[in-house]
Structures are given as structure tokens and as C-alpha cells.
Design a binder for this molecule. Sequence first.
Ligand SMILES: Nc1ncnc2c1ncn2[C@@H]1O[C@H](COP(=O)(O)OP(=O)(O)O)[C@@H](O)[C@H]1O
Ligand SMILES: [Mg+2]
Length: 300
Amino acid sequence: MTTADLSENNGAAAPSDPAPVVELRGAGKSYGNIRALHGVDLAVHPGRVTCVLGDNGAGKSTLIKIISGLHQHTEGEVLVDGEPVRFTTPREALDRGIATVYQDLATVPLMPVWRNFFLGSEMTKGPWPVRRLDIARMKKTADEELRNMGIVLDDLEQPIGTLSGGQRQCVAIARAVYFGARVLILDEPTAALGVKQSGVVLKYIAAARDRGLGVIFITHNPHHAYMVGDHFSVLRLGTLELSAARDRIGLDELTNHMAGGAELAALKHELAQVRGVDVEGFPEAKDLQAPVPASPEGNS
Ligand SMILES: Nc1ncnc2c1ncn2[C@@H]1O[C@H](COP(=O)(O)OP(=O)(O)O)[C@@H](O)[C@H]1O
Ligand SMILES: [Mg+2]
């Protein structure tokens, strides 16, 4: 996919965009006296991919836990369809169409793929009290839904644990789409995957977007983000360091933000004093940072 293919999807703040499904205004979260997240603004639009990037401990998981009802925000506002909400359980978020696929996928490895697809929402048939699982219909539906998303598995009877990590992510995405999610939150879905499997997951992220879902894609890989993202929000130490629509930022600049330009430059300086460390390949500060306003000396 090229940049040109995606350019029509840029600018999450463009006036032509549909109203956001989920919006954060100055949202934050403290765990006791640890402030994990502070003053975060974020908008999730239907048919758009909002990427949330940041280093370990930046607050990415905390952010999505607030939206998915696992934790509650302690400052600011969370809105769904323009209305302030405060979810107390993930069920409440799900009822508003917010589905989350966590890093440690909530699947039962030894159960077949189709069974996992319907886990917790099984189809049944027959009158009470002899209602029983409608296995045939579940298998058929799971098969259709996976195919609709372009996911072809040889055998839905195989235990889900035998699928690759990428395939399991894809099943989880198709499942969320089937159960009517409007917002799909993916917490680092490509973190443990190789290049090829990551590509497959990115493809289904794009497929979910094309079906009109608003996607929140958490990653620390700017390349993955840039392949599917319409908007990029970079967190650092719990605050938004950058929030930019696709047409406002290039991959290079995004990568530099993620690399922590200024910190890397400082590190290079320090490492240069250590014998046996080759800092040649390290980027220069000037390559890493956005141009700063000219200093007074510079002007004279
Ligand atoms: N349940 C918790 N209790 C206390 N501190 C937490 C808790 N969860 C996260 N934190 C802290 O909040 C910060 C952000 O964490 P997290 O949201 O997991 O970041 P990320 O997902 O970007 O790696 C970290 O400093 C982390 O130690
Ligand atoms: Mg995390």
C-alpha cells in the first residue's frame, strides 16, 4: 500500500470527517500518587485508524484501559457519541460498541477456532430447558465471517492454540467486527510478530477500517503505524508529545519522535566518551529534532 492510496483518509480533524465515536478531553489517570496519564486529547472517528505510539511505560495501556472500561479516568472527560461516560466494567464499553483485543488474547488455546470465535456469546437452539449449543450454525457463521474478512483457515476444528500469533489476532479482529464493534482497540497486536505476520495483521486492521470501524492501534513501531494510520498520537511519560494527522507528518518525523530525538543525541554524546563504543551510526541531534527557532546569537 502506498502513501497515495491512503491519502484520502488523512486528517482526523478535517471538517468532512464523521463525528468521533470516542473522544478524550484532557483525560488522565493516577494510580494512587503515580500519574500514569495526564491531559490527553484523542478522537476516534469511524473508518479511521488512530495510532497511539510511545515507549514502554508511556501510558498506552492505561489509555486504552480507560476507554475499554477496565480502569476509570481520574481527570478530564471521556465521551462516546458526544456524551460523557464513565465505564465501570468492560461490559459497559462493549455495550457501546467498544471492543478491545488485548496483547494476551483472551482465548482458550485447546478449544477449536469456531468455539473461540463465539466464546461467551454462544449460539443456541431449541426451547428452554433443553436449549443446547447450535454447533452447526456457529461453525458455519465463523467460517463465513472469517472469509468475509479474507481470513482463510484450513480447518476451524483445529485448536486456536495451533494458529500463529498473527492468525489469532486476525480471528480476534473478525470476531469483534462480527459482534458489531464500532470501535476496535488493538494493544500492540504486532509486537511479538515477525515481518510477514505483522503485514497480515495490518491488512486486517485496514479491513476493519474499511468496514467503517474506528480503530485505535497501539504500537511502538512507527513503520507499522504509518502503513495504516490516519492520525498519530505519541505519548511520552503519560502526556501527549505529538498529535498529528497523516498529512501533517511524515514517516521520518514520526520515527524521530519515537526514537526520542533529543535523548538519543544526549546519549550519543555520553557514549562517545566510552572506549570501545562506536557512535558513528548514531544520528546527529540536528537530524533528529524539528528545527528550533533561531537563537538571538544566531541572528546577530
Ligand atoms: N495498575 C497500576 N498501578 C500503578 N502504576 C501503574 C499501573 N499500571 C501502569 N502503571 C504505571 O503507569 C505508567 C504507564 O504504564 P502503561 O500504561 O502500562 O504504559 P505502556 O503501555 O505505554 O507501556 C507506568 O509508569 C506504569 O508503571
Ligand atoms: Mg502496554
